[in-house]
Design a binder for this molecule. Sequence first.
Ligand code: NDP
Ligand code: BG6
Length: 515
Amino acid sequence: MTPRKHREPGDAEPAKKSSITAADPCTIVIFGASGDLSRRKLVPALYGLAAQNCLARRFAIIGFARTPMSDEAFQASAVDSVKKFADASTLRDEECKEFANALAYVAGEYHRPEAFEKLKSRLEELDRAHKLEGNRLFYLATPPEVYPVIIDQLDKAGLAKSPNGKSWVRIIIEKPYGRDLDSAKKLNQTVLNVFSEKQVYRIDHYLGKDTVQNLMVLRFGNGIFEPLWNRNFVDHVQITAAETLGVEQRAAFYETAGATRDMIQSHVLQLTSLVAMEPPAAFDATAVRNEKIKVLQSIRPFTEESIRTDVVRGQYGPGGGRGDSSLLNGYRKEPGVAKDSSTETYVAARLQIDNWRWAGVPFYLRTGKRLPSRVSEIAIHFRSAPHMVFRGQGLAGNTLVLNVQPDEGISISFHAKLPGQEMKLKPVAMDFSYQKEFGAGERSAYATLINDCMRGDATLFDRADGVESAWALVNPILDWFESHKPKFPNYAAGTWGPEEADKLLERDGRHWRKP
Ligand code: NDP
Ligand code: BG6
């Protein structure tokens, strides 16, 4: 396995310069390497980093899973996934070949110590051969119930500690981090018995998206928005994470999770924290995470009564919605889903943040599968002008929309005068598009986060108390869902969710945006 070539002084500039910097030499071990996440996201992201010189000049990747496979078979499957899923502008045959050469595979059962001894020997061999300096990054991409077993085995094999006292050892843990507050606490205990908090990177890939990070730049890198970012000017906030996809091949996981665990507890609450947080003292892991946690702790806890009034769940039934006549299956007809499943594929909630900045400003959150468009956005709805001098025009307030995906950008709507003699006003938009401004498409959030982890920057990862605070908030909702049978299905595939979700806002005299 030859390490990839790296630019030496005097060599030509790399084909594509990157905004992310190279990391230390290291070995990355992916547990669950035969799985969907590894194939679609991790391997292509690692290739992208290598192709942009953001991995160190020396690195190795070991895939670990139960499926027997040779190094060569793993390399071939990695090349296949790079060609399918990596950013096409980075694809070059020579680099693909060099990348594949840095890949190795270890097959083993997670509960068997000998599998981890085999892994250890392979790590030592690669360390020696490629001078990787003993730096190791373990990526847990198996089903979550396997995480404690892997952590225990890493400990027993002596792999959780630096092999030479100088190098770093870090672990990235995929979501879902637990399935409720108790299990998240237990997992934190298991992890922190073996690793120190500084070694642990709890990943939420939404935080690696450029537009999500740009939210902090918008707020704290500009002087004009922050003075308006509070209850005096903001009427309400809408956060949407809508998908057109259904459950696809993930029923085994999704049936035990549902939209609240899968999306609200993680991605949507992360967005909420970033919108609502106070300015951090610095852009570093401690300061940013401290401020985000304060938001979660200020959200008014849900009670039985507020769940009844402020939370709506849904499950898609059959429907059209694709602009053609083909009917999409209802959730209960998807492969692997129970015929009487109570799993929610949609959830909307109204949050109250009890602090000085946000008291009285509702935050409406919604997420769902099989909605009419794939869009994740944050919409800040400002109050209307206090006195309307343009009579009879009934103007709504201005809206600032941060489009997280797919058309990343920021747009602000305001009123302009229509040309002509009459004083007629029309809402218009001022748009900033990432694509138009920087020529950048949707970048891999995984690449950003893996690179951050390799550089020891945990700012965009969650801390133990952060995941626990998010679970504490959604736990009463999960308990209530468990004990109250829903009337499902209650929205047709390809529509914007159940009618009750519309009523949630109409009751307050507001409407969901239809992005
Ligand atoms: P998969 O279901 O594809 O599982 C990954 C691999 O784990 C499988 O290839 C399998 O490999 C192994 N595995 C499966 N079941 C078991 C088991 N009971 N015991 C031990 N190993 C098992 O999962 P994904 O790749 O989709 O996801 C991996 C993790 O990442 C999960 O925690 C998921 O929640 C999380 N995640 C996934 C996302 C995605 O888009 N896929 C997005 C965000 C998070 P083998 O049989 O060869 O051992
Ligand atoms: C994952 C969820 O964390 O995020 C999936 O498990 C969901 O159910 C996905 O589809 C959405 O991510 P993205 O980046 O496609 O919006």
